[in-house]
Design a binder for this molecule. Structure first.
Ligand code: ATP
Length: 218
């Protein structure tokens, strides 16, 4: 029996917003995924400390994704005591899910452009496929990527997403999603300035933010 590819979506989610949710929803449809496993980062190695605790970011991802049976949340990076490296998470998931399950790491175009700075980044390709979504302001083109990543992109890119089902790892695909120029940075700024962030993220998440008095400081 062939398993449908499983999407893996990591991020800081500080906080989760509709850009993230549409990316995962549209990835399921465009890439033929069996589901998406959300993996909030514990201590993200690539950026400054998030403003709220990892447990609070995990809780917000939990309440935003709860209504979707194709979404699940993986708390392992939040519960870990060491920094979160994607390569370690993929190695753990390979041990858990076996060698043949196609895994698809979902990343926005901005995150993909920085891939060559990730810990053991070349090993990612032996562990999972990578699907890059378009994001406003971040073109997905070879010319916009650092040389070594542009080479991998050119060698591994598949135009037909059926390639994701044909093997467990190693391809790169891109997909166009509804373009939403929403970022967590913008939401944090609005909240710190006591301005409305409504309709940029789910009401349940906004209620959680208000109940716990999060993002009050710039
Ligand atoms: P921040 O503004 O704090 O940097 P962010 O909104 O970019 O946060 P992250 O948690 O850093 O959110 O992103 C997780 C993943 O979601 C990344 O791969 C990122 O490229 C992608 N992403 C975030 N927002 C969007 C969006 N509006 N459209 C498409 N992809 C997005």
């Amino acid at each position: 029996m062939t398993c449908l590819p499983l999407g893996l979506f990591g991020g800081t989610f500080d906080p989760i917003h509709f850009g993230h949710l549409r990316l995962a929803e549209e990835a399921v449809a465009h890439l033929g995924l069996g589901g998406v496993r959300w993996i909030p980062a514990g201590q993200p190695p690539h950026r400054g400390a998030p403003q709220v605790t990892a447990g609070q970011r995990l809780a917000m991802v939990g309440c935003a994704t709860a209504g979707n049976p194709l979404f699940s949340v993986d708390p392992a990076e939040v519960l870990a005591t060491e920094p979160s490296y994607t390569v370690h998470t993929l190695e753990r998931l390979r041990r858990e899910l076996g060698d043949t399950q196609p895994l698809v790491l979902l990343v926005g175009a901005d995150a993909f452009a920085g891939l060559a700075t990730w810990h053991r980044w070349r090993d990612l390709f032996s562990l999972a496929h990578i699907a890059v979504s378009h994001r406003p302001g971040f073109p997905v083109e070879t010319a916009s990527l650092p040389h070594e990543l542009a080479t991998e992109f050119a060698d591994r890119r598949m135009l037909d997403v059926a390639a994701l089902k044909a093997g467990p790892a190693g391809c790169i695909v891109t997909f166009a999603m509804t373009q939403l120029a929403i970022s967590a940075t913008q939401i944090r700024k609005l909240l710190a300035n006591r301005m409305s962030a409504r309709y940029l993220l789910p009401d349940e998440v906004l209620d959680y933010i208000q109940t716990h008095s999060l993002y009050r400081n710039a």
